[in-house]
Design a protein around this ligand. Structure first.
Ligand SMILES: N[C@@H](CCC(=O)N[C@@H](CS)C(=O)NCC(=O)O)C(=O)O
Length: 225
């Protein structure tokens, strides 16, 4: 059994592989990165992940980066956890990769615009009055597509839960936490509630809550706003 350590920070997309690991039920450690002091850009961390990002998964001490890769590796290494629907068909398999890539490559950058507009324009008024509202409008179009897909839910793959649902869970929590209008999306709201009821998700969120407490005690917590 490989030794697994996941570098994480609260409220980030590292929540997705944390959920995946909790669903698998394998022992793993999380290593907290202190984003407020840019620990992800420290020389020590850049030796592990030169991109300076979480999540980063150490597998027997060797780093694997990028959510798409981490989640795909976990799904392939622990097939009994059914992180992705079983298939022998190469086309179906890459369609699953496309779904993960959609969240990583299309949805995640929109999350950044909605949730962290100061990354685009350091002026607070412009960030919150221009960048965020424009991001919300673009995000609505993506969420309308997801809302329609979940008509055949409750999950992304219908009756079958997958780690793609973990990705949607992180996105929805992140954007609604900063004012994205949830009312127009009843299927996604139901999806979120169903995710919150999963014991593995509760364990992942409890890990995150402990990390938030650690950061607060060090005065290093950056609350979403
Ligand atoms: N393409 C990467 C993106 C990872 C990413 O953007 N992580 C953010 C947190 S959600 C991060 O580490 N931000 C810190 C920084 O950019 O300094 C993936 O999908 O894993």
């Amino acid at each position: 059994m490989p030794d697994l350590t996941l570098f994480v920070a609260p409220n980030t997309c590292a929540r997705v592989p944390t959920i995946a690991l909790e669903e698998i039920g394998v022992p793993f450690e999380t290593e907290l990165i202190r984003v407020k002091i840019n620990q992800q850009k420290s020389p020590e961390f850049l030796k592990i992940n030169p991109k300076g990002k979480v999540p980063t998964l150490l597998i027997d001490g060797e780093p694997l980066t990028e959510n798409v890769a981490i989640l795909s590796w976990l799904a392939a290494t622990y097939p009994e956890a059914h992180l992705l629907p079983e298939t022998e068909d190469p086309l179906e398999r890459v369609r699953q990769t496309a779904d993960l890539a959609f969240f990583a490559g299309t949805v995640h950058p929109l999350v950044t615009r909605v949730a962290m507009p100061l990354k685009f324009i350091p002026d607070a008024a412009q960030s919150f009055e221009i960048v965020r509202p424009m991001g919300i409008e673009d995000m609505k179009k993506v969420m309308q597509m997801i809302e329609a897909r979940l008509e055949n839910g409750p999950w992304w793959y219908g009756e079958t839960w997958s780690v793609v649902d973990g990705y949607l869970f992180w996105v929805w929590g992140r954007i609604t936490g900063v004012g994205f209008p949830a009312d127009e999306f009843p299927n996604i709201r139901a999806h979120h509630a169903a995710m919150q009821a999963r014991p593995a998700v509760q364990r992942a969120m409890a890990r995150e809550a402990r990390n938030i407490e650690t950061l607060k005690a060090e005065d290093l917590y950056v609350a979403p706003r």
